[in-house]
Design a binder for this molecule. Structure first.
Ligand code: EPU
Length: 418
């Protein structure tokens, strides 16, 4: 089992080019299954979740070749519409293939991705929307069987909550449906806009991707295209939080500056100097961080992103004063706090609230990553801590960060994979 060994206490300095976005690349790969002809996806990050998506594409009869951050996907008639449980369980976002396969083949069978690490992740909104578009959906012993009886039809769907996954799945179901679909209260995350950008490049008729109302007029066919996946705003937030935790002066290039604004505006209040231009972000952190006077409330975009909650918390464990977090998106997203406490942090969790009293220093410890962003937070804390931290369970981190140890080393951090 691989581990990260982090020697803390070095300031981070230098320039880093950000990886492509995992949460954008995954639905775009599913969308490529809908196209006739080759889709060439550039800036596709090299991650275990991307390999899992490639395996699903190959299993359903599309050809996916991946090298040097480029995925080439050749879709044809699907050879199966049932995605095996073993592939569904490799990653939670496998559920995004449901909309694509149902939209293309008129049927799809999946099982729910198993044992959740962030708390329950139901798909009721995905299924309710698909039912409105004419799908019959039944549950046979844990398998969800969806049938469209021909083509899905357009529908007016109002989501009770702007779910990212439900919005993506419904867009994928609607692009080839008969007539117009309107999704109200849609998720506005930049990754939704990127998925719509890709689909438009393939010939889809979509208005409003990235806004709370999305209108999709079904088209007969989609064609292949070449598309560059947007930069990863959460990886960007992570490297900035690492520099805030360890101190230093870094520049991120290929950054999604506008999409990162909700994070940047909060990070700036901790006393870091942040300047951004079109696709570059400069951060300098020369002194101890200040705790945040306002509560950090995670919210759907453009609110503060839940995916950046853990890494910001890691940086604030040694800030001057007390910061308060409120996690509103997932039930179990404070699993990193035990490890931070083991490193000397003072954190009290009460339901959705976490109170972080800044301590002077953290110290190294043997800790285990239990989820992707929590694992990244542990690495951030370790970079600012005294002594050596050993982080096990790093397969969680590899799901979303392209060779994290190389990226951190480029910035001068001392982190090794063993
Ligand atoms: N929800 C329901 N019913 C549904 C769908 C969602 O109750 O039918 C609830 C969920 O249980 C959760 C909340 O709504 O409490 C938000 O879920 P959402 O559907 O928005 O999240 P997701 O699509 O499962 C994506 C990202 C997550 C990110 C969230 C929120 C991908 C592959 N995953 O998940 O990313 O945290 O949106 O922004 O895009 C990560 O990258 O580490 C990660 C977890």
């Amino acid at each position: 089992m691989q581990k990260f060994i982090v020697r803390g206490g070095r300031r981070l300095c230098g320039e880093l080019t950000l990886q492509g976005s995992k949460n954008s690349a995954l639905p775009i790969m599913a969308a490529a299954a809908l196209c006739d002809g080759d889709c060439v996806l550039k800036n596709c990050p090299e991650l275990t979740d991307i390999y899992a998506a490639s395996r699903i594409l190959n299993c359903i009869g599309c050809k996916c070749r991946y090298s040097a951050n480029t995925a080439v996907i050749t879709a044809s008639e699907l050879t199966t519409t049932a995605i095996p449980a073993s592939l569904m369980q490799e990653m939670r976002s496998s559920i995004i293939f449901l909309g694509a396969v149902l939209g293309k083949a008129g049927e799809c069978t999946v099982c729910l991705p198993g044992g959740c690490e962030l708390g329950p992740r139901p798909i009721d909104m995905h299924l309710a929307g698909m039912r409105k578009m004419g799908a019959d959906i039944s549950d046979y012993g844990g398998n969800i069987v969806c049938r469209a009886h021909g083509r899905l039809h357009g529908a007016k769907i109002s989501l009770p909550f702007p779910s990212v996954g439900a919005t993506e799945n419904l867009i994928l179901s609607a692009v080839n449906a008969d007539g117009e679909t309107v999704i109200n209260n849609a998720a506005r995350e930049p990754e939704i806009a990127d998925l719509c950008g890709f689909l438009r490049a393939c010939g889809a008729d979509i208005a409003g991707g990235g806004e709370s109302s999305i209108v999709i007029r079904g088209v007969e066919r989609l064609h292949g295209c070449e598309y560059t996946v947007m930069p990863d705003r959460i990886a960007g937030a992570t490297y900035l939080a690492m520099a805030a935790a360890a101190g230093g002066e870094i520049i991120l290039t290929n950054a999604c500056v506008q999409g990162m604004e909700p994070f940047l505006s909060v990070l700036e209040q901790t006393g870091c100097s942040i300047y951004s231009s079109e696709d570059r972000i400069y951060l300098r952190c020369g002194s101890r961080l200040k705790a945040l006077s306002d509560r950090v409330r995670t919210m759907p975009h453009p609110g503060f992103p839940t995916d950046a909650q853990a890494v910001l918390m890691a940086a604030l464990t040694t800030a001057e004063g007390t910061s308060v977090f409120e996690e509103n998106i997932f039930d179990c997203r404070y699993r990193h706090t035990d490890a931070l406490v083991k490193m000397g942090a003072d954190i009290q969790v009460m339901g959705k609230i976490a109170v972080v009293k800044g301590v002077n220093r953290l110290h190294g410890a043997k800790i285990e990553a239990t989820d992707l962003r929590g694992g990244a937070a542990m690495a951030a804390a370790a970079l600012g801590a005294d002594g050596i931290t050993e982080i096990s369970g790093i397969s969680h981190i590899d799901r979303g960060y392209e060779r994290l140890e190389e990226a951190v080393s480029i910035l001068g951090g001392d982190i090794k994979r063993v």
